[in-house]
Ligand binder design. Structure first.
Ligand code: MG
Length: 263
């Protein structure tokens, strides 16, 4: 079932859970530097979320053990923060943060550079971010989820990249995963029609190689089967009469610096 939000609900959602989720993402990105462990990123994220009277949306979700997902290099999504995972110069670090506040779930992700990435890694991240922008532009009333998927897929594949099939964007609201699913591949005009008041998480997951992935023995971390690098960018977006409204936006806007260590 697709839940429709009123304009007031959308505004409350953006000002509360959305803004907090983006602020936490920004603050974690500012910590991404060589030598930092992903567990340290998780601890800061959790304390920031709780300090604002919110609850980490991922912790305990389906049994996930941490407050953020932190996926490094060939890890695509759902990386478990760990004291053993120490960031190195040149890593690309995908951080997914979610906070529940006022009954709404904010969900957003960004891939940060740890120091100076390779030119290939930088290009992958820039194109994946542009795929997110292209997808968001399609999030208007009367379009279909297939328009979002097609926009993401066309841009990624034009650059020779792989687009994940097994993991998708999703409706979001009082719970983290609502209808509809929002694939990153598709055909224009196909799939669920977008209506005013729908809120969806658009989240391209793109690789330098094949789109095939597998789950590590920990049961969570999704890695590319060919070990190629992967990037992941996500915003929570409302469909409104005035066009897409990004819910995960703080007082600095909906976008982060890609460079780790920069607020
Ligand atoms: Mg999501």
């Amino acid at each position: 079932m697709i839940n429709i939000k009123t304009p007031q609900e959308i505004e409350d959602y953006r000002a509360g859970a959305g803004a907090l989720s983006k602020m936490v993402l920004r603050r974690v990105g500012a910590m991404v530097k060589p030598g930092v462990t992903t567990l340290e990123l998780d601890e800061v994220a959790e304390s920031l979320i709780r300090m604002h009277g919110a609850v980490p949306a991922f912790k305990g979700y389906g049994g996930f053990p941490a407050s953020i997902c932190c996926s490094v290099n060939n890890q695509v999504v759902h990386g478990i923060p760990s004291a053993e995972m120490r960031l190195s110069e040149g890593d690309i670090v995908s951080v997914d943060t979610g906070a529940t506040l006022g009954g709404w779930v904010g969900d957003n992700a960004w891939t940060f550079f740890c120091g100076e990435p390779s030119s290939e890694a930088r290009a992958l991240c820039e194109v994946t971010r542009d795929c997110l922008v292209a997808g968001i532009k399609q999030a208007v009333p009367g379009n279909h989820v297939g328009d979002i998927g097609a926009a993401v897929q066309e841009l990624a594949e034009r650059n020779g990249y792989g687009v994940l099939r097994d993991y998708v964007g999703h409706g979001v609201g009082h719970v983290m995963h609502e209808d509809p699913t929002v694939p990153n591949v598709g055909r224009r005009g196909r799939g669920v029609k977008l209506q005013v008041g729908m809120v969806i998480a658009i989240e391209p997951m793109i690789t330098l190689g094949s789109y095939e992935v597998e789950t590590m023995a920990n049961g969570w971390t999704v890695v590319t089967r060919d070990h190629s690098l992967a990037a992941h960018y996500e915003n929570t977006v409302a469909i409104t009469e005035d066009g897409p409204v990004i819910i995960t936006e703080d007082d600095q806007g909906p976008w982060c610096s890609m460079q780790g260590g920069v607020i």
